[in-house]
Ligand binder design. Structure first.
Ligand SMILES: C[C@@]1(CC(=O)O)c2cc3[nH]c(cc4nc(cc5[nH]c(cc(n2)[C@H]1CCC(=O)O)[C@@](C)(CC(=O)O)[C@@H]5CCC(=O)O)C(CC(=O)O)=C4CCC(=O)O)c(CCC(=O)O)c3CC(=O)O
Ligand SMILES: NC(=O)C1=CN([C@@H]2O[C@H](COP(=O)(O)OP(=O)(O)OC[C@H]3O[C@@H](n4cnc5c(N)ncnc54)[C@H](O)[C@@H]3O)[C@@H](O)[C@H]2O)C=CC1
Length: 237
C-alpha cells in the first residue's frame, strides 16, 4: 500500500477522537499543536486528557461512540481498546467520506499518523506504511540527533530573504537558481556560528553571482546591532 504524504492545515477544523486512553492522548497532543477543534468521545478519560478538557483545549462527550458523532468532522481517530468499535468507526467514516485513522489496524486506516521532528516551521515526518511503528519511532530518535535546533531560525530567515529575492525585477529562472544555490553554500554551519560577517558575505556573494542585490542582515540581528551602536553612542556622549 502506497500512502500519499501531505501536511494538513487543520486550524479550526473539527476533528473527532474516539477513545480516551494514552493512544488517544498522543493523537490529541498533535491535533492541539495543529490548532484543530477537537471532540473526544469516550466514557473514560486519561488524566492528561481531563486536564486538557478542563482548560477547554477539547470538548469531551462522556459516553460510548455513536455514528452521529461523525457529523461535520474532517478527520476521525478510532483509538478505543475495542477492535469492533474501532472497525465500526472506520466503516462509518468511510461511508461518510471522512478520512479515518484506526489505532489498532493499519489496513482500516485511510491515513496514518507519522512520527514527527519539529524545528520551528521545519517538520520531518517519518512513516513505515504501518509496517513497524517501533522502527518509525527509532528512526525519529536517530534523525532527531542530526537536526540542529537552529534549523527553524534559519528557515524563517530564509523565508524573509526569499520574499526579498522574489520581489526583485529579475527573471524567475535567476531567482530560483540563486535561492537553490544559497542553501548549498554551507549556510547552516555559518548560521550556527553566529550569523555574522561570514554568513552575510556568503549570502551577498551568492546573490551577486546572479546580479541580485539583497540585504543579508537578519532583521533581529540588525536591531541587536543597532541597540549596541546606540549604547556605545550614549557612552561616548
Ligand atoms: C498504523 C499506525 C496507525 C496510527 O496512525 O496510529 C499505527 C499502528 C499501530 N501501532 C502499534 C504499536 C506502537 N505504536 C508505537 C508508536 C507510534 N505509532 C505511530 C503511528 C502508527 N501506529 C501508525 C503507523 C505509522 C508508521 O507508518 O510507522 C506513531 C509514529 C505516531 C503516533 O501514534 O502518534 C508513534 C511513534 C511516535 C514517536 O515516537 O515519535 C509504538 C512505540 C511506542 O509507543 O513507543 C508501538 C509499540 C511497538 C510496535 O508495535 O511497533 C500497534 C500495535 C498495537 C497493539 O498491539 O496493541 C498498531 C496497530 C498495528 O500495527 O496493528
Ligand atoms: N497506533 C498506535 O500508535 C498504538 C495503538 N495501540 C492500540 O490503540 C488502542 C488504544 O490503546 P490505549 O489508549 O492504550 O487503550 P486504553 O485502554 O488506555 O484506552 C481505551 C479508551 O477507549 C475508551 N472506549 C472503549 N470503548 C469505547 C467506545 N465504545 N466508545 C468510545 N470510547 C471507548 C475507553 O473508555 C478508554 O478511554 C488499542 O487498541 C491498542 O492496541 C496501542 C499502542 C500504540
Amino acid at each position: 500500500m502506497s500512502f500519499y504524504s501531505a501536511f494538513l492545515d487543520l486550524q479550526g477544523e473539527p476533528c473527532l477522537v474516539v477513545g480516551g486512553g494514552i493512544v488517544a492522548l498522543r493523537k490529541v497532543r498533535t491535533l492541539i499543536e495543529a490548532g484543530a477543534k477537537i471532540t473526544v468521545v469516550s466514557p473514560s478519560l486519561h488524566t492528561e486528557l481531563a486536564d486538557l478538557r478542563d482548560s477547554q483545549a477539547l470538548l469531551h462527550v462522556a459516553r460510548t461512540y455513536h455514528v452521529k458523532d461523525l457529523a461535520a468532522k474532517r478527520l476521525v481517530f478510532a483509538a478505543t481498546n475495542d477492535a469492533s468499535v474501532n472497525a465500526q468507526v472506520a466503516r462509518d467514516a468511510k461511508q461518510h467520506g471522512i478520512f479515518v485513522n484506526v489505532s489498532d489496524d493499519p489496513t482500516l486506516c485511510t491515513f496514518l499518523v507519522p512520527a514527527v521532528i519539529r524545528r520551528g516551521e521545519i517538520q520531518v515526518a517519518i512513516g513505515s506504511s504501518g509496517q513497524s511503528p517501533a522502527l518509525t519511532r527509532a528512526l525519529r530518535e536517530y534523525i532527531e540527533e542530526y537536526l540542529p535546533q537552529e534549523l527553524g531560525e534559519l528557515a524563517s530567515y530564509l523565508a524573509n530573504i526569499r520574499k526579498e529575492i522574489l520581489s526583485l525585477d529579475r527573471s524567475t529562472k535567476m531567482k530560483h537558481e540563486s535561492l537553490k544555490n544559497l542553501i548549498t553554500a554551507d549556510l547552516l554551519r555559518l548560521w550556527q556560528s553566529g550569523h555574522g560577517a561570514a554568513f552575510q558575505d556568503t549570502v551577498t556573494r551568492v546573490c551577486m553571482e546572479y546580479g541580485l542585490s539583497v540585504d543579508p542582515l537578519p532583521q533581529h540581528k540588525r536591531s541587536e546591532i543597532e541597540n549596541i551602536d546606540r549604547k556605545i553612542g550614549d557612552e561616548t556622549l
